[in-house]
Design a protein around this ligand. Structure first.
Ligand code: FAD
Length: 194
């Protein structure tokens, strides 16, 4: 988990043991979850952050680390990864603990205003505050229904653009008609052809 190490925040693996008691648990380490660490930290609250991904940053780090973003107040232009790195720097003083590669599967209300969360690794948390910063949900690619497509994934079939350079000079077919598709047409131009 290089992001945590580099930023000095704590990280924990998914071994099941005694429940972790904490002030607040944040589900999702996307930009909203990371900034929640800052806001709760200002209130002197200790936070644990859980994400199914193996890194922090949510969509920004997973789906478009190199794409420029133009609509962040105070940052005229920043990439998805730079925004993530800046958020990690901003929350470093509050020392959050990250539990990456774990999906929150259960949330139960206990007595006295407390909650218990359980992840798919069996880690349990007891907390008074739960922040759901799950964005569009946990990530799994929507595979087109083509037999054998798995064999091409990572070589000629991609579900996100991690490194723009990998596509330089190549013919690229973008499948999809949403905002992201148009975003990548603009950002690829004129690097690849097609
Ligand atoms: C290609 C693309 C380009 C974009 N460009 C822009 C842009 O230029 N400007 C802009 O403002 N926005 C842009 N967006 C949208 C922006 O990325 C999202 O609005 C933003 O990431 C939402 O932040 P978030 O923290 O709420 O959620 P997310 O970034 O979705 O993070 C939520 C996190 O929660 C985790 N999670 C969910 N459920 C669970 C669970 N049960 N257990 C554990 N973890 C869980 C997920 O794994 C994820 O990491 C873009 C989106 C895409 C896909």
């Amino acid at each position: 988990m290089p992001a945590e190490g580099a930023m000095g925040a704590g990280s924990a693996n998914g071994s099941a043991g005694a429940p972790i008691e904490t002030d607040a648990v944040i589900i999702g380490a996307g930009p909203v979850g990371l900034f929640a660490v800052f806001e709760l930290g200002l209130l002197d609250m200790k936070t644990h952050v859980i994400d199914i991904l193996d890194k922090v940053g949510g969509q920004c780090a997973e789906l478009y680390p190199e794409k420029p973003i133009y609509d962040i107040p105070g940052l005229p232009i920043v990439t998805g990864q730079e925004l993530t790195d800046r958020l990690m720097t901003q929350i470093k003083p509050f020392g959050p603990t990250f539990h990456l590669g774990q999906r929150v599967d259960a949330l139960e209300r206990l007595g006295e205003g407390r909650f218990r969360l359980t992840t798919d690794s069996g880690t349990q948390f007891i907390t008074k505050v739960v922040v759901v910063a799950a964005g569009g949900g946990s990530f799994t690619p929507k595979r087109p229904p083509l037999a054998g497509i798995e064999a091409y994934e990572g070589t000629s079939v991609f579900y996100s653009v991690r490194r723009i350079e990998e596509f330089r000079g190549k013919d690229v077919l973008i499948v999809g008609g949403g905002d992201s598709a148009l975003d990548w047409v603009l950002n690829f131009s004129p690097s690849p052809t097609g």
